[in-house]
Design a protein around this ligand. Structure first.
Ligand SMILES: C[S@@+](CC[C@H](N)C(=O)[O-])C[C@H]1O[C@@H](n2cnc3c(N)ncnc32)[C@H](O)[C@@H]1O
Length: 286
């Protein structure tokens, strides 16, 4: 075993003791980040290349700073995004909802599908849709001024790598309740991963101490922002347009009723994430 692999093993033990969920994987990703190699090439790093930054970054993770803040990168579907303090780190469960939206848009008879992403954060959902749905025009709304520089950076990064992707995402500043009024009645799809944690709920340190408050909490039952998204979707969608909204694992029934027939929606459905947990609701505006 080379020295680095040995160090990774020791670091993983420390991370496990600190309560980190995936200690070995995180230790390997920190080592890969420090040495600028792919995780699968760690065994090729020569012993002479020992770098004290590995233990410095390991100590940050041990203090429960999110791995993505340490490496500065998050991966979402086929995207590499820049993240850090001030912006929500995109999660794998949101990839499933985004995949549903991409399938819907590809199946639609719309030449240039119009999409609104309410609460875009890093731009993960908006950029993935622009990347995977040819000709989609995506309007991304973000209310937090600390998050928007990250969104702008990720849009620019995608535009530099693939002009046809970044160029089809437009960032709008402001609250999503009244956003994009000039698009009322024209959107083919509204998608949102809004804040949905009930105020006062306990969360892991990576979330409570590092994620922006505006991305997390939404009233006593956690549904305040989802209710605002429902009203915005009603206003924005064209007849036959679709909505998709992410929620917490125990909120499926409550969110179903926010988008129920009584409120004018049809074909409301609950969907699970990859862990089999209730994760998002979709519906059609008649
Ligand atoms: C859970 S994060 C999701 C970010 C990104 N869409 C993702 O899935 O990674 C929610 C985002 O919505 C933004 N947000 C919350 N309430 C908002 C509001 N009323 N108007 C505009 N943006 C809002 C937050 O600042 C945050 O960036």
């Amino acid at each position: 075993m080379n020295m680095l692999i040995d160090e990774v093993t020791r670091a993983a033990q420390r991370l496990a003791a600190a309560g980190v969920d995936s200690p070995r994987g995180d230790a390997e990703q920190i080592a890969a980040h420090v040495h600028g190699v792919a995780r699968g090439r760690l065994h090729t790093v020569p012993d002479a290349d020992f770098d004290a930054r590995f233990w410095a970054e390991g100590a940050r993770r041990e203090a429960r700073e999110p791995l993505q803040h340490i490496t500065g990168r998050a991966y979402f579907r086929y995207l590499e995004l820049e993240v850090g303090p001030g912006v929500f780190v995109p999660r794998p469960e949101t990839e499933v909802m985004t995949g549903w939206a991409i399938e819907q848009l590809r199946a639609m008879d719309a030449a240039d599908p119009l999409v609104a992403d309410l609460g875009t954060g890093s731009g993960a959902i908006a950029l993935a849709i622009a990347q995977e749905v040819p000709r989609a025009q995506v309007h991304a709304v973000e209310g937090d001024p600390l998050a928007r520089p990250w969104t702008e950076r990720n849009i620019a990064r995608c535009a530099a790598a693939a002009p046809h992707t970044g160029g089809r995402v437009t960032l709008h500043s402001g609250d999503f309740s009244g956003a994009l009024a000039d698009l009322d009645g024209t959107a083919d799809l509204v998608i949102s991963n809004p804040p949905y944690i009930p105020v006062g709920a306990s969360v892991p340190p990576e979330v409570g101490e590092y994620e922006p408050t505006a991305a997390l909490y939404a009233g006593a039952d956690g549904l305040d922002a989802i209710r605002v998204v429902e009203r915005a979707a009603r206003r924005l969608l064209r007849p036959g347009g679709r909505v998709a909204v992410e929620h917490g694992a125990v909120q499926g029934a409550a969110v179903y009723w926010v988008f129920a027939e009584e409120n004018g929606w049809k074909e409301t459905r609950n969907h699970a994430d990859l862990a089999g947990l209730d994760r998002f609701v979709t519906a059609i505006w008649p």
